[in-house]
Design a protein around this ligand. Sequence first.
Ligand code: HEM
Ligand SMILES: *[C@@H]1O[C@H](CO)[C@@H](O)[C@H](O)[C@H]1NC(C)=O
Ligand SMILES: *[C@@H]1O[C@H](CO)[C@@H](O)[C@H](O)[C@H]1NC(C)=O
Ligand SMILES: *[C@@H]1O[C@H](CO)[C@@H](O)[C@H](O)[C@H]1NC(C)=O
Ligand SMILES: CC(=O)N[C@H]1CO[C@H](CO)[C@@H](O)[C@@H]1O
Length: 321
Amino acid sequence: MGFQIEKIWMAIMVVAICLSNGRVEAHLEVGFYSGSCPTAELIVREEVEKALTEDQGLGADLLRMFFHDCFTNGCDASILLDSTENNTAEKDAKVNLTLEGFEIIDHMKERLEAVCKGVVSCADILAFAARDSVVHYGGVHFKVAGGRRDGRVSSSADASILPSSDHNLSHLTKLFISRGLSQSDMIILSGAHTVGIAHCDAFAERLYDVHADGYEAMDEKYAAHLRQQCPPGSNNTVVLNPHSPYVFDNRYYKNLLSRHGLLVSDRTLLSTHGTMTQVKRYASNYKRFQRKFADAMFKLGEMDVLTGADGEIRANCRAIN
Ligand code: HEM
Ligand SMILES: *[C@@H]1O[C@H](CO)[C@@H](O)[C@H](O)[C@H]1NC(C)=O
Ligand SMILES: *[C@@H]1O[C@H](CO)[C@@H](O)[C@H](O)[C@H]1NC(C)=O
Ligand SMILES: *[C@@H]1O[C@H](CO)[C@@H](O)[C@H](O)[C@H]1NC(C)=O
Ligand SMILES: CC(=O)N[C@H]1CO[C@H](CO)[C@@H](O)[C@@H]1O
């Protein structure tokens, strides 16, 4: 009798653990393709290396694309879908006007279909490619689980949940929490802004009134430099991290502390004692930054994934089967 109750109690506990956070555990696995397509991760890595050797900026695109894909409605490659006659896809939402790098993914997919037809999902390709971009930039290698399946829906309306460059700390924190990520996850993932570019319109408005945002003001020399790069009405791009734009280092946090943070959403990470403490910790400890970034990418990569029999394995990443 006591034994029976114990068994029932155990069963309840198991269910409770699986449903903790209100989410069913994602069934992703490191080495997911080791049996079904052993060269999958290698092919992605080769293509990332090839593409980034030609144009180093593309890695930042891939990394950002992965974030946008996961943050909108889960890591399901919905960001890769093209719009159709009846549907405006995520990638054509205004916020996403600047995403590039779709061609590299197409190329990887073609090669993968040739060796393992219908096996490797576009969502996993994107997850591996984001990691390989970080590694290409000199970041520490980390493991990425596979097993995501591709979604069948992509809607430009979903992209409206993406954070914006002029959001303040509490607004950004709420957004991340609404997607199952913590403020600490946000602070470490923002470290991705140690690579890549931004268009003037993401920050230029503030340049002409540096004290207006109420956050730590920008270094005056840096602001002057940016005003030169971004005359009113211009459409240029500048690097997010002028000191080492394509090195995956912890320079982003050092820049914040020396008032060289580019976006309001970056500078706002200094606006409370708690967030500032984390920024200082990453600025002074490269190893901690790399380790925590890898952990947070793992968590980002598990967001609302489709697994098992859900979704599909697209034959072409731009269209549902
Ligand atoms: C915290 C909220 C975030 C905001 C408000 C934000 C906003 C932005 C903006 C406005 C740009 C410039 C885009 C352009 O003008 O072309 C950008 C670039 C970028 N973002 Fe974020 N971002 C955030 C978080 C993240 C996260 C979590 C990642 C990845 C883990 C990420 C990765 C990138 C990368 C790599 C670039 C450079 C893209 C390129 O060079 O093409 N961002 N972000
Ligand atoms: C768009 O919608 C129309 C009418 O509902 C339908 O006939 C057509 O096949 C749809 N096109 C696509 C590409 O889904
Ligand atoms: C942050 O932004 C939100 C929404 O735009 C606004 O309601 C709030 O007052 C702002 N908080 C601070 C501290 O500026
Ligand atoms: C910015 O540049 C892009 C590509 O060069 C162009 O399509 C777009 O119209 C430009 N936008 C503005 C506001 O000049
Ligand atoms: C509306 C729009 O221009 N969307 C773009 C999103 O990014 C991709 C890749 O650069 C473009 O092909 C889309 O046109």
